[in-house]
Ligand binder design. Structure first.
Ligand SMILES: [Zn+2]
Length: 132
C-alpha cells in the first residue's frame, strides 16, 4: 500500500517536475547564452573575449559553484521523482518510517524523517569542523 495519498503524490510530482524544468532552463540558458543570445549582430563580441581579465576567472568560479549546486539539486529532484514513481516516496531512507506529508509538501526532495534529519545535522556539526 502506497504511503502517500494520491493527491499528495500528484502535487509532489507536479512540483518536482516544475522545479526540474526550471532548473534545466536555468542551466541551459547559462551554458547556451554566449552562443544563442545574439547570433545576428554582435557588436560586443570582441569585448566578450578580451584577453585574460582577472575578473572572469573569479566569475567562472562562482558560476561553476552555482552550476554544481544546481546539478546537485537536479540530482535530488531526479531521485525524488524516481521514488515517487516507484512508490518509495514518503519513507525515511534511514529508519523506514513514514515522512509526514506536510514535510514532503514543504520540501518535496526530502529523504529523511525529522528525527533522522536532526540526527544527521547534529552529526555533521559535531563530526566535522565548520564546512567551507
Ligand atoms: Zn527516519
Amino acid at each position: 500500500m502506497p504511503p502517500l495519498s494520491p493527491s499528495v503524490s500528484e502535487v509532489l510530482s507536479k512540483r518536482l517536475h516544475e522545479a526540474r524544468e526550471d532548473l534545466l532552463a536555468t542551466l541551459r540558458s547559462r551554458t547556451d547564452a554566449p552562443d544563442d543570445e545574439a547570433p545576428a549582430i554582435a557588436p560586443l563580441a570582441h569585448q566578450g573575449q578580451s584577453d585574460d581579465a582577472p575578473q572572469s576567472d573569479m566569475l567562472s568560479d562562482i558560476e561553476q559553484h552555482l552550476a554544481d549546486h544546481e546539478s546537485a539539486l537536479l540530482h535530488e529532484i531526479d531521485i525524488a521523482i524516481g521514488k515517487l514513481e516507484s512508490g518509495g516516496a514518503g519513507i525515511c531512507e534511514a529508519c523506514g518510517q513514514d515522512i509526514p506529508e506536510d514535510r514532503l509538501l514543504a520540501t518535496p526532495t526530502v529523504r529523511l524523517c525529522i528525527a533522522c534529519q536532526e540526527q544527521l545535522e547534529k552529526d555533521r556539526h559535531t563530526g566535522r569542523g565548520p564546512s567551507m
